[in-house]
Structures are given as structure tokens and as C-alpha cells.
Design a protein around this ligand. Structure first.
Ligand code: ADP
Length: 714
């Protein structure tokens, strides 16, 4: 190979080497640059990481500081909480779901005194065990195991009820346990010893107060008895004195004695009743009685005072209503007497109207609405709400003249409420008041509301009264309700002899004015037929020109039964074959009085002196029984308190002697006024009772009830 070639070859090789070198150098350079970039990136990252580390350190420091503060606060809160829990006097403990004590305050642990075992970690069953074994708890008669089982049962419940336990030292603890959602239990033991002792003191104080109240009631009862007994003599004798010849002054004195005595009795009764109601001691004694009759009796008793003032007393008892109901008759009487008494008292002229309306609620019950309407002084609108309050009187110049305790309506309201009834009043000052009450009462069994029916032969009755309007009068509807066929007299009725002769009875209402009355009575008298005349009147006045006609009278107000009896006995049967012979009793009714007190005997004798009776007096129970056997009296008035044998025992003996035969009516005469006495008297076999001081009208009323054959001497 030539040199040139060699040189060329070497040059080519050198050039190739130089190119390779350049290439390699370029690669190296590129690699260096990459390395440089990477190094740069790394150092950037390091800078960033360092910054982050610094930040995290700062954060960490802050968190640490905050944690320290929070910890401190928690410690303070915990200390305070614990301090509080330790400060409270009541026991506090916390148990976990496994019934292990976690914490308990000193008060809780103090109960266990020196028992070191009782501390956090102890279980609840073990605590129960220690309580019974160490005699810390007073479990009474219960066996320890039973007591623990009961406590354990309660502890297991989701919401254990609070309970009380008594410790050995007499202290009382009420335990409240509350279970949390995870099964932990917070137990709180409150020391209630003070309140238990306070309750005991209260109970003792109440018992003492009740005993004092009982003593007060007994005192009032005794006082009333003691006052009533001598009042019997005072009022009774004053009553009799009024019937003797007296000059004006003497009459005034006697009337004052009598009125004051009676007023005093009203006050005694009011105070007695109110104190009983106040002590919740007033008990109702329901029994079957005739409401209509009772109301009539009340009206009859008030009649004299109403008549003295020129007032008309009216009574309207809805004929559709039953008369025999079950209630406390004494209390019903008291309510109506209060309302009627007030109405008469506060009415100077006009009328007082007692109405009974209502509806049968069921077959066995009836709702009754009894109203007393008067035309008296009325009550001002601003006072009306107060009249039922205690000692409230509508006091002004007008009613100062009226006597009273202001207790009547308060008692009345409480009595109505005791019967589950309602009482109300409406009034217009100056024109009158209307007091009413409603009660729902059971209807007495066997009482259909329908009284006896007149026989067919005595049904044709002519009714003559003031033809005020076209409506059927209440008298006509009353006679219809008794089964009669009344003919209401009017201009259309032609008065012929035949017509009058065909009647069984002519009823004439003397309280209403009718110019034809005279014509009818004259005609009846002239034709001298046997059709009798029945006169109805508030007073017992009789027309003086009647000579031949048989005249019967019935004084208003009368009961349905009285109207029936009068018509039935007065009316002449118009069918000859149905004539019933009337039995006449000529013998005088025999009345026996059993009474040990001479003054009371005298009062009684004087009161019945103008009556057609044969009176015998027994000085004690023994004599009464003996007189019953020998004399067979028609009625006996029996004093209850008598030496030797009292009225109740004498009655029992008489009832035993009578056996199953008819019972002689025995009427107790008693000064007892306390609740229950009446029932006790009736239970003892007596038929009825009269309270002392004896009143002539009440005595006569009883006599006429129990001796229907009795005739008053004119
Ligand atoms: P008092 O013993 O005074 O009659 P009450 O409690 O019976 O006591 O009545 C309270 C008051 O209500 C009476 O004093 C009277 O002012 C008033 N009052 C009661 N009834 C009537 C009535 N029918 N008319 C007018 N005022 C009446």
C-alpha cells in the first residue's frame, strides 16, 4: 500500500476518530446537562422538604401547646366536677357495664364506714351483700337473700324505678339509678330523712287537727243537743202561750220569745251543718221517699208565714214524673226549705212558685229540675255571684231588715254538689229571683210514676175554676192523671138538673173568682141531689149558703195522693151495683206518748188538747211497752232518751210483741241533731221522727198522717 494511501487511510481513520470523539463529547455534554438538571431538581426538592419540615415542626409545637392547655382545662373541669360531687351531701357512684364501681364520692362510701373493700373496683352484688351482712340497711321482716334478689332485679332493669331504703341509724335514703346507652350506671343516693321526718310531723299534725276537728264536731253536737233540749220547753211553751188570752204587750213578748228561740235553732242547725260539710263529714243517706209529698209538706210548713205576708205559695209537680225516688229525704227537704224560706223571706208581695219538672233519663233514673221562683226584692247583678258564698249576704239598707246567717245558700250549694247536682240563680233586682237545682235520682222500684186510678163509677167530675184561658187547667190535668174524666166548666156547659145528677162530684176552686160559682152551688143545693161538692182552697173557708149539699174540703197545697183520696172518698158512684159502703170509725184514735220529762209531757198535752184523740202517757220505756200491750194505741210518740229503758229498746220490744202482724206507727221524738241519728232511729224500728223542740204544726201533721181518721175540733 502506498504511503499516500496509508496517509489517506490514516487521515480517514483520524477523521473518523475525531468524529467519534465529537460524538462522545456531545453525548457526555448532554449527560452532564441532564445530571446538572437532576441535581438542580433534587436540591430544589430538598429546599422544599426543609421548609415543610420546619412548618410541621411549628405546627407540632402549637398542637403540643394547645394539648397542654386542653389537658389543663380538663384537669380543672375534672377537679371541679369531683369537688362538686364530693361537696354534695348525697351519695354518688358510677358503675361500668360489668357492675363494677368506677368512682364513688365520700358520701356514698361513708355509708359503709370502715369497710375498705368498698372502693372503686367492687361489684354491685358485693355491695348488696355487705349491706345486708353488716346490717347497714334495715330490711325489716324481709329475708336478706330476698331483699338482695329484689335489689338485683331492679338494678338489671333498663330504667330502674326510684326506691327508698332505711339505714340502720334510722336515716332514709332514696336511690335513683340511671343506666346509660353503653350499660354504665350512675347511682344517686339522696338522704331524705329530713323530709320523711317532716312528713311524719305533718301527718301527726294532721291527725291532731282531725282529732281536734272531731272534738269540735262532738262539742257542737253536744252543745246543739244541750241547747235544743231546754229550747223545747221555751219554744213549746211560748207556742202554747200564744194561744191563750194575752194583751198586746204580752203577745209581743211571747212572740219575741218564740221567734228568737226559733231563730236561734236555725242558727244552731246551720252552724252544725256547715261544720260537718266543712269537715267532709256530711254523708248522704239515700232511701226511698215520696218527693211530691215531701215538697208539699215543706210548702205547708211555710204556708203560715207566707199567709201572714199575704203571699201565695204555689206548687206544680209535673204529673208525668214519678213521685217516689231514692235520695236523702232530709237533705232534699233542707235544700228546698232553704230556697223556699229565702223566697218567702225576701218577697214582700206576690207569689212564690215551686216547680218540679224534668225527664226520665232511663227506666230507672230521672232527672229532676226543681225551681223556686219569687216576686221578691231580687238580687243586683254584681252581687249575684256571691250569694252562694259563706256568710255572704247582699247587704244594703234593703235586706238588713231580713234575718239570717248567710250560710243557708252555701250549705244548699254544697248539698246539691254532694248529690252530683247543679244549682243556679237568675234574678232581676226589684222584680224577683229564681233559684233552681237539678239532680238525677234513681226512681224507686215499683214506682211507675202512676198513682192509683179512680174507679170507672166515680170518673165524671165537673171542675169549676176561673176560666182564665183556653188551656187545660192544672187541676183538670191532675184529675185526668188520676184516671178521672173531668169536665171543665165553661159557658158551653149547660147546667141542667140531669147533668148535675149524673156527676160523681163537683170540684170548685175557691181561690179563683168565677161569678157562676154561686149559681152552681145554689142550683146543687136546691135540687138536693146527692152530688157532693169538693172545695179547694188555700185557706179552709167554706161558702156559707150551702145547706143540703154534702161539702168536702181540700186545702191547698195538696199532694196527688191527697187529691186522689179526697175524690175517691167524696165522689158518688153513678152505677148502682158498684156502690161501696163506707166504714165509719167512731172510736177516737188512741195516742200513746212515752216521755219522761214532765215539761215535755205538758207541752205535748197542750198541743193536742183540741184534737179528737185519746191520749195516754208513759213515763219510760217499760210503761210504754205495758201500755202498748193493754191499750193497743193507734200511734206512739216515743222519746228516745229515757231513764231505765230508752225509746229504742222499748220500740224493739214492741216490734217483737207485734211479730209478723201489723206495725203500730212509732214516731221518735228526739233532740238529737247529728247526722246518722235519723238513720239510727229508723233502723231501730221506729217509723218516723219528730225533732225537739216540738212544733204544734209538725205534731199535727204526723198525727194526721198516722191517724187518717182524725178530725180536728173546730
Ligand atoms: P241568709 O241566712 O242571709 O238568708 P243565704 O245564704 O240563704 O243566707 O242567702 C244569702 C243572701 O242571698 C241573702 O242574705 C240575700 O241577700 C240573698 N238571697 C237569697 N235568696 C234570695 C231571694 N230569693 N231573693 C233575694 N235575695 C236572696
Amino acid at each position: 500500500m502506498s504511503l499516500a494511501n496509508k496517509l489517506a487511510e490514516e487521515r480517514r481513520a483520524r477523521l473518523a476518530a475525531e468524529r467519534l470523539l465529537e460524538l462522545k463529547q456531545a453525548e457526555l455534554f448532554a449527560a452532564n446537562r441532564k445530571l446538572g438538571n437532576h441535581a438542580q431538581k433534587l436540591s430544589n426538592e430538598i429546599v422544599e422538604t426543609r421548609a415543610e419540615v420546619a412548618m410541621v415542626r411549628g405546627e407540632n409545637q402549637r398542637v403540643k401547646t394547645e394539648l397542654g392547655v386542653a389537658n389543663e382545662k380538663i384537669q380543672i373541669a375534672e377537679r371541679r366536677l369531683w369537688h362538686s360531687i364530693e361537696t354534695i351531701q348525697d351519695g354518688f357512684a358510677f358503675f361500668d357495664a360489668d357492675n363494677r364501681m368506677i368512682v364513688a364520692n365520700r358520701a356514698y362510701l361513708a355509708v359503709f364506714e370502715d369497710l375498705e373493700e368498698v372502693q372503686p373496683g367492687i361489684t354491685y352484688p358485693r355491695i348488696l351483700q355487705l349491706l345486708t351482712e353488716e346490717g347497714i340497711v334495715n330490711i325489716g321482716e324481709e329475708l336478706p337473700a330476698e331483699w338482695r334478689a329484689r335489689m338485683q332485679d331492679r338494678w338489671q332493669q333498663d330504667d330502674p324505678k326510684p326506691m327508698e331504703i332505711q339505714l340502720w341509724n334510722g336515716e332514709h335514703v332514696r336511690i335513683f339509678d340511671r343506666r346509660g346507652p353503653t350499660g354504665d350506671i350512675v347511682s344517686l343516693a339522696l338522704n331524705i330523712t329530713a323530709s320523711v321526718r317532716y312528713e311524719e310531723q305533718l301527718r301527726e299534725a294532721r291527725e291532731r287537727a282531725e282529732a281536734a276537728n272531731r272534738a269540735k264536731s262532738a262539742f257542737l253536737a253536744n252543745m246543739s243537743h244541750e241547747i235544743r233540749t231546754p229550747m223545747n220547753g221555751v219554744v213549746g211553751m211560748a207556742d202554747l202561750l200564744t194561744e191563750t188570752d194575752l194583751d198586746g204587750d204580752q203577745r209581743l213578748f211571747v212572740d219575741t220569745i218564740k221567734n228568737s228561740g226559733e231563730a236561734l235553732l236555725v242558727i244552731i242547725n246551720d252552724v252544725l251543718d256547715y261544720s260537718k260539710i266543712d269537715a267532709d263529714r256530711l254523708i248522704l243517706h239515700p232511701e226511698t221517699f215520696d218527693l211530691e209529698k215531701t215538697l208539699h209538706e215543706i210548702v205547708m210548713l211555710l204556708q203560715p208565714s207566707a199567709q201572714a205576708k199575704g203571699l201565695t205559695l204555689k206548687i206544680d209537680y209535673d204529673m208525668q214524673l214519678p213521685t217516689r225516688v231514692i235520695a236523702d229525704p232530709g237533705r232534699i227537704r233542707q235544700i228546698v226549705t232553704n230556697l223556699m224560706g229565702n223566697a218567702v223571706k225576701f218577697t214582700l208581695n206576690g207569689h212564690v212558685h215551686l216547680r218540679v219538672s224534668g225527664a226520665r233519663e232511663t227506666e230507672t233514673e230521672c232527672q229532676l229540675c226543681i225551681t223556686v221562683e219569687d216576686t221578691g226584692i231580687g238580687i243586683a247583678a254584681d252581687k249575684i255571684d256571691h250569694v252562694f258564698g259563706e256568710f255572704n249576704q247582699v247587704e244594703d239598707d234593703r235586706n238588713r231588715q231580713f234575718e239570717g246567717t248567710g250560710l243557708g245558700l252555701a250549705i244548699t250549694k254544697r248539698l246539691v254538689e254532694l248529690m252530683d247536682g247543679k244549682i243556679w240563680v237568675t234574678s232581676n233586682e226589684g222584680s224577683g229571683s229564681c233559684f233552681g237545682f237539678s239532680v238525677t235520682l234513681p226512681i224507686a222500684r215499683g214506682c211507675s210514676g202512676q198513682s192509683e186510678m179512680l174507679e170507672a163509677s166515680v170518673q165524671r167530675i165537673l171542675v169549676m175554676e176561673e176560666a182564665s184561658d183556653q188551656h187545660e187547667s192544672s187541676l183538670v190535668s191532675q184529675i185526668k192523671a188520676l184516671g178521672g174524666m173531668p169536665i171543665q166548666y165553661s159557658d158551653e156547659v149547660e147546667l141542667t138538673v140531669e147533668f148535675l145528677e149524673a156527676l160523681s162530684l163537683v170540684v170548685l176552686d175557691l181561690d179563683s173568682e168565677n161569678p157562676t160559682f154561686d149559681r152552681v152551688t145554689n142550683m146543687l143545693d136546691k135540687i138536693a141531689c146527692d152530688t157532693p161538692l169538693l172545695l179547694l182552697s188555700q185557706s179552709s173557708k167554706t161558702p156559707n149558703r150551702i145547706e143540703k149539699t154534702k161539702v168536702h174540703t181540700l186545702q191547698r197545697p195538696y199532694t196527688r195522693a191527697a187529691l186522689f183520696d179526697t175524690i175517691a172518698s167524696a165522689a158518688v158512684p153513678r152505677e148502682p151495683d158498684k156502690v161501696v159502703a163506707k166504714v165509719s170509725r167512731t172510736a177516737l184514735p188512741k195516742v200513746l206518748l212515752a216521755e219522761d220529762n214532765r215539761t215535755n209531757q205538758l207541752v205535748f198535752r197542750k198541743m193536742v188538747s183540741n184534737m179528737d184523740i185519746e191520749l195516754a202517757v208513759a213515763n219510760n220505756g217499760f210503761e210504754a211497752v205495758a201500755a202498748f200491750e193493754t191499750d193497743q194505741p193507734d200511734v206512739i210518740f216515743m222519746d228516745i232518751s229515757m231513764p231505765g229503758m230508752d225509746g229504742k229498746e222499748a220500740t224493739a220490744r214492741i216490734r217483737a210483741l207485734e211479730g209478723a202482724g201489723p206495725n203500730v206507727p212509732i214516731i221518735a221524738v228526739t233532740a238529737h241533731a247529728m247526722d246518722g241519728d235519723r238513720e239510727m232511729i229508723i233502723e231501730a224500728g221506729l217509723t218516723d221522727y219528730l225533732t225537739k223542740p216540738l212544733r204544734k204544726d209538725a205534731l199535727i201533721e204526723k198525727l194526721t198522717i198516722y191517724c187518717p181518721q182524725l178530725q180536728l175540733a173546730s
